[in-house]
Design a protein around this ligand. Structure first.
Ligand code: HEM
Length: 508
């Protein structure tokens, strides 16, 4: 999912090595794939496959896929060194894979060595293979933390994070003649909510920023490297492996004290007056995992907490950045939204019960997730056994990647798909079930057994944050910006290429 273009220089310094390894590898190359009917794809070189083409295109991987998709169709193969990637980009094939053959395609592929370190050897909801560990961890996260009842318990946490977000925006604007950064502020707000839900202990601004720094380092460290695709080159990457171990150590050293703090607060009720009544950690301390005797170790707790926080931070903040950009581009949509907020709550502060009733707001968010799914690929799937998809063979160890934008922009399913038009969901002309249960038309959270368990919480966060931001401020472009640039780039999610700065004016 991440950009490969930054590795260009590595590709070229490594090419000499590859060529000498080439003959050796060719002699060992498995003949098995010759008999498989794999989906078509661009012809590649021996050994490296399509790695060079992708890297030399100078594009983000998602852009490369978007460019070649019309030529190779809704299912195609990219050989990336030793990895076979199957890219799936139509609603019909998503339905076949994740609904009709849902169980077969519900697994995850083998991890890279770096990811194995940060996932505590696949001990997370998102990375675990389809089986007892995944079932235990996912059930715990969904029932223990993300159920409707549990979510309601954290209402105060959300309210105070929203108040702080508004204060931060206001004070930033005071010192910059009304100009604010959107992504950074939205990100901080949602990060605070998830940290608080996860650890249940109070943290100051500096601590939060320190944890954020470490989390970002982790995300950068797990980005794919050349040796993930060509393990034979791993001797050239010993420095990076050492660095990964250091980052892991830093992550553990930073988070374990908060795990201990929570343990102490639970053992001595009332000792920490700031401790929350419940947290994600509480569900994990004595968690029973099917097929395992021991409860999670501290290292595993660090991993599970990081998953909870990282899963919901950049995704949600990205949605807000695109949402504000769209409201700036379409002032009439912004005015209509403000009118809905006013008519729903009057002069009172909008809260999360109100946002459930706001049809126009909900339509904006749906349209937003259709046009700008925060991640362009679902997390990589894998089959639990050799399978077929669209009539092609899917080998057991292939990475199966679902490309989301082509589905929600399919002209067969949507009228004027390129247009940002929330009214499509108001007029009743168009509908889409975001969970994919009644049909696959847009799946920003994936679909089927591995659908994002944070869907409900994320929807509350995005709706509430946008409603509060528009209730408090009128949003417009910088005076120097005649037209907003909607180009994209990949960070951890697909964000605006030119990070959005906007002018805010407090509402009268
Ligand atoms: C707008 C916000 C969000 C978006 C767009 C989003 C999107 C996604 C997508 C596309 C997947 C992959 C589904 C698949 O593999 O087929 C996923 C999985 C996941 N998400 Fe989210 N997500 C969001 C927020 C959250 C939040 C708030 C959390 C939790 C705190 C979360 C936790 C997870 C986890 C744990 C998985 C892995 C599920 C599994 O493998 O069983 N996400 N998400």
């Amino acid at each position: 999912m991440a950009s490969l273009s930054s590795y260009d220089h590595l590709f070229f310094t490594a090419s000499a090595f590859i060529i000498s390894a080439f003959i050796f590898l060719l002699s060992r190359k498995s003949t098995k794939s010759k008999f498989l009917n794999l989906p078509p794809g661009p012809p590649g070189w021996p050994v490296v496959g399509n790695l060079f083409q992708v890297a030399r295109s100078g594009k983000h991987f998602f852009q490369y896929v978007r460019d070649i998709q019309p030529k190779y169709g809704p299912i195609f193969t990219l050989k990336m060194g030793t990895r076979t990637l199957i890219i799936v980009s139509s609603a019909e094939l998503v339905h076949e894979a994740l609904i009709e053959k849902g169980q077969i395609f519900a697994s995850r592929p083998r991890e890279t060595p770096t990811r194995t370190i940060f996932s505590s050897d696949k001990f997370t909801v998102n990375s675990s293979v389809y089986g007892p560990v995944w079932r235990s961890l996912r059930r715990n996260m969904v029932q223990g933390m993300l159920s409707a009842t549990r979510l309601r318990e954290f209402r105060n946490v959300r309210d105070s994070a929203m108040d702080r977000l508004i204060d931060r925006l206001r004070s930033e604007a005071e010192s910059t003649r009304g100009v604010v950064w959107v992504l950074k502020n939205a990100r901080f707000a949602v990060f605070c909510i998830l940290l608080s839900m996860c650890f249940g202990v109070e943290m100051g601004k500096e601590t939060i920023e320190r944890i954020d720094e470490v989390m970002k380092k982790v995300l950068i460290t797990v980005n794919p490297r050349l040796d993930d695709f060509l393990p034979i080159l791993s001797p050239l990457f010993s420095k990076q492996r050492k660095r990964a171990m250091e980052v892991r150590e830093e992550q553990v050293q930073t988070l374990v004290p908060f795990i201990e703090m929570r343990r102490t607060a639970l053992k001595n009720p009332g000792s920490d007056k700031t401790a929350a009544s419940f947290s994600y950690l509480d569900t994990l301390f004595d968690l029973k995992i099917e097929g395992r005797k021991s409860s999670p170790t501290d290292g595993e707790l660090v991993t599970l907490c990081s998953e909870f926080i990282n899963g919901g931070t950049d995704t949600t903040a990205t949605a807000i950045e695109w949402a504000i950009a769209r409201l700036i581009e379409n002032p009439e949509i912004q005015s209509e939204l403000y009118a809905e907020i006013k008519s729903t709550v009057g002069d009172r502060r909008v809260d999360e019960k109100d946002v459930e009733k706001m049809k126009y707001l909900n339509a904006i968010i749906k349209e937003l997730l259709r046009k700008h799914p925060p991640t362009y690929f679902s997390l990589t799937h894998a089959a639990i056994e050799p399978a077929t998809l669209g009539g092609y063979d899917i080998p057991l160890d292939a990475n199966v990647d679902f490309f989301l934008p082509t589905i929600s922009e399919d002209p067969k399913a949507w009228s004027e798909p390129e247009k940002f038009n929330p009214d499509r969901f108001i007029s009743g002309k168009e509908e889409a079930d975001i969970t994919g249960v009644t049909g696959v038309k847009m799946i920003p959270f994936g679909v089927g057994r591995r659908i994002c368990p944070g869907l409900s919480m994320a929807t509350v966060h995005v709706n509430l944050m946008l409603a509060r931001m528009v209730q408090e401020f009128e949003w417009s472009a910088l005076p120097t910006q005649r037209k907003l640039d909607f180009s994209e780039k990949l960070e951890f999610t697909v964000v605006m290429k030119n990070t959005l700065q906007a002018v805010i004016k407090p509402r009268a």
